[in-house]
Write a protein that binds this ligand. Structure first.
Ligand code: NI
Length: 282
């Protein structure tokens, strides 16, 4: 077997040598390093995207059935009383949620901000006026975020440590400096029921229930009555499946790091594969 393999490799080398142009034959006959997997260079500058990825979370790799349900754009008061209705439902089931607040709304409904915190939920920063931050100057982004921090602190004394950009939209460079300057983790999501399109409560519920996995960060909006109406069904179904609702920071604290990638089959150029070829060749 080993001799066959050696012979085969010799044949291959001869064939390659023959195929090469005179100029190319000056280079070693061993295969060139694949372009797709360059060797890591110590001290090489990392890409902004790689650094931004370390401060950005769309889900968390956890060891148990833990999930974080998040509600954006509130607090929502007035006649719909959406945020209070949601807080009542969560209290009834002893469920912890996370609210990404719009600064304007926090300033308008300080009692709702206080209630969210008093009942053990987490609050994060979702900008002051809900713009697309990726299209704004650093100065304007800083102002949107700082004004929201100030509004939440003014309403409750609490200083948020997580933020979610409106539309999930922020450049890698922005995420790096915002995370650094404000001490934030940037939170996106992995489950999106598109509830803002108001597809109806049962559709919102079904989408969340079917897409949620351990470690999921679920996006919803407590400014929509239909979303709040969907929550009794969502809470009951996810609790029945054994899920445990925690805040975003509690979920992040359970992070085991990046999930291990499934093992790839042996590369075609590996010795084992090369040795196997002659035996199956007439
Ligand atoms: Ni939003």
């Amino acid at each position: 077997m080993a001799r066959h393999a050696l012979f085969f490799i010799l044949l291959l080398s001869l064939a390659q040598a023959r195929a090469q142009t005179p100029a190319a034959s000056a280079t070693p006959a061993t295969p060139a390093t694949p372009v797709s997997s360059p060797a890591p260079v110590a001290g090489a500058p990392k890409q902004p995207g790689a650094i931004a990825a370390k401060v950005t979370f769309s889900r968390v790799n956890v060891d148990g059935p833990y999930i974080a349900m998040t509600f954006d754009d509130g607090p929502s008061g007035g006649s719909t009383n959406n945020t209070n209705r949601l807080l009542d439902l969560a209290a009834k089931k002893h469920i912890k949620l996370t609210f990404f607040l719009i600064g304007e709304n926090a300033a308008h409904y300080p009692q709702l901000v206080q209630r969210e915190l008093a009942e053990g939920h987490q609050i994060g920063n979702h900008s002051y006026t809900h713009p697309n931050l990726a299209k704004m100057s650093d100065e304007a982004v800083r102002s949107e975020i700082q004004k929201t921090q100030d509004a939440i602190i003014g309403a409750s004394g609490y200083k948020p440590v997580i933020m979610r950009p409106p539309y999930g939209s922020m450049t890698a460079r922005q995420r790096i400096w915002v995370a650094h300057d404000f001490g934030f983790k940037i939170i996106i999501w992995d489950v999106d029921p598109l509830d803002w399109k108001r597809p109806g409560s049962s559709v919102v519920a079904q989408r969340i229930i079917s897409a949620t996995r351990p470690g999921s960060i679920i996006l919803s909006h407590d400014i929509h009555s239909g979303t709040v109406d969907a929550m009794p069904q969502v809470f009951d179904a996810l609790l029945a499946k054994g899920y445990k609702f925690v805040t975003v920071s509690e979920l992040l604290a359970m992070d085991k790091g990046p999930a291990a990638k499934p093992k790839k089959p042996a590369a075609a150029a590996s010795p084992a594969t090369a040795a196997a070829i002659p035996s199956s060749t007439p």
